[in-house]
Design a protein around this ligand. Structure first.
Ligand code: NAG
Ligand code: NAG
Ligand code: NAG
Ligand code: NAG
Length: 392
């Protein structure tokens, strides 16, 4: 009864703990004796109902057992008084006293020993995630060095190889999540719930094929704060894997929030792809923006195409809070890494299948968004604004 082992926690008997045990046993015996000798006293004082002592079983049954002989007519019965219901608690946790609810968590690594409140030497304020395969290890190693100790590192492994990364010092303090052949937004949806990443002021959700030679994460965050960017990305080195003008690095700016596209591409200068727009390869979210974007990520759409055009729905005004940081810029290496993890089919390379899936997801996402917008306005009995229609 006094010695037990459960998981890693066990008690062994030294002389000192023997003394402790004897004290405990004596205490229990005396306590039991008092309990059995004066049961009515304890019952009337509701000794245990303060909620600080936990016990197996259902609290209500304990209360109702105690109220059997009491007047049942008043709704202010003891059972009601002691029944905990806190409507402002998170859904499903209303029966808990407020003080015990821990509705948010983190990725801080703790120790198996010592005082819990001394576990954390540093509480990182920022989170960086990379979706990686082991073949990109050198690139990721170089990239991680651009992030200070103020960053929690989280790697999503799509190739099942995690332990090999231990050759890098930083890997031991990183969090490794492994699930084969999934794409970035699949992991983000499942492992970056807003309540889990709540302590992080900024969240970097990045691809593995980025060159960070001219990038420093701490400097980047200073600029993001200075310019009030809720959703951002570093400028991309020109002429390498560039799809949109918006994300191209500009030499004459610290940060830019708008651009000019090909004639006819932008219906409104404040709308994507001319403003309120960054791509999804190296996106940085503020805590609040991520709380919104997380909800918009669809469980079956894993590549996230089209998400970039919809990010603006999460910040207001979007053309001021979404932007590109030119002073800290990166290069997009365009290594078809995860793309090559597709399934080879007749007449089709693996990457082609992946590309097709990306485009299909884009169309689906667009349609869902348009349908949802439309349904909302119809419900409200108003004509949908033109701007609610996505660009493509
Ligand atoms: C006491 O209240 C409970 C719950 O409201 C009810 O089920 C029970 O019948 C009542 N008992 C008496 C004696 O009124
Ligand atoms: C229950 O208690 C509250 C506050 O003590 C009182 O305002 C209310 O009238 C009581 N209700 C009944 C049915 O006795
Ligand atoms: C980490 O954050 C602290 C507190 O904001 C800051 O003083 C320190 O300079 C940061 N570390 C680096 C490497 O920038
Ligand atoms: C909305 O679109 C319709 C049809 O394309 C156009 O006639 C109308 O002028 C637009 N309204 C605004 C406010 O841009």
């Amino acid at each position: 009864m006094l010695i037990y082992a459960e998981g890693l926690c066990f008690y062994s008997l030294s002389n000192e703990s023997m003394r402790l045990i004897i004290t405990t046993v004596v205490g229990i015996v005396i306590g039991y004796w008092i309990g059995t000798s004066f049961p009515p006293v304890i019952k009337h004082k509701h000794f245990f109902t303060s909620g600080t002592i936990s016990y197996g079983g259902d609290r209500n049954s304990w209360n109702s057992a105690n109220n059997q002989n009491k007047d049942n007519s008043s709704s202010n019965s003891t059972a009601d008084i002691y029944k905990i219901y806190v409507p402002t608690n998170p859904r499903g946790a209303e029966s808990l006293p407020k003080g015990i609810v821990a509705s948010e968590s983190d990725f801080y690594l703790r120790r198996l020993w010592g005082n819990p409140d001394e576990d954390l030497v540093i509480r990182q304020k920022y989170l960086v995630t990379f979706t990686v395969g082991y073949e990109q290890k050198d690139n990721i190693d170089a990239a991680i060095k651009k992030f200070s100790e103020n960053f929690t590192i989280l790697l999503f492994h799509y190739d099942g190889r995690t332990s090999e990364w231990d050759e890098f010092e930083w890997s031991k303090r990183a969090i490794h999540v492994s699930a084969r052949k999934q794409a970035k937004w699949w992991y983000a949806k499942r492992f970056l719930h807003p309540d889990i990443v709540a302590p992080y002021e900024y969240i970097f959700i990045w691809d593995e094929d980025l060159g960070l030679e001219h990038f420093d994460a701490e400097e980047y965050i200073k600029l993001v704060k200075k310019h009030g960017l809720e959703i951002s990305q570093p400028g991309l080195e020109p002429d390498r894997g560039l799809t949109w003008k918006m994300t191209k690095k500009r030499d004459d700016h610290e940060v830019h929030k708008e651009t000019e596209e090909q004639p006819g591409w932008c219906t409104d200068p404040h709308l994507p792809p001319c403003a309120a727009f960054v791509e999804i390869m190296a996106t940085v979210f503020s805590r609040d923006a991520w709380r919104c974007v997380w909800h918009m990520i669809q469980n079956d759409l894993i590549h996230g195409w089209g998400l970039d055009f919809a990010l603006r729905k999460c910040v207001e005004p979007a053309h001021e809070k979404i932007g590109v940081v030119d002073a800290q810029w990166i290069a997009h290496e365009v290594i078809p890494s995860l793309g090559n993890q597709g399934q080879a089919e007749k007449y089709k390379a693996p990457w082609e299948g992946v590309r097709e899936r990306c485009k299909k997801e884009w169309r689906m996402f667009q349609k869902r968004l348009a349908d949802a917008d439309y349904a909302y306005y119809m419900e409200k009995g108003i004509l949908p604004p033109n701007t609610s229609i996505p660009y493509f």
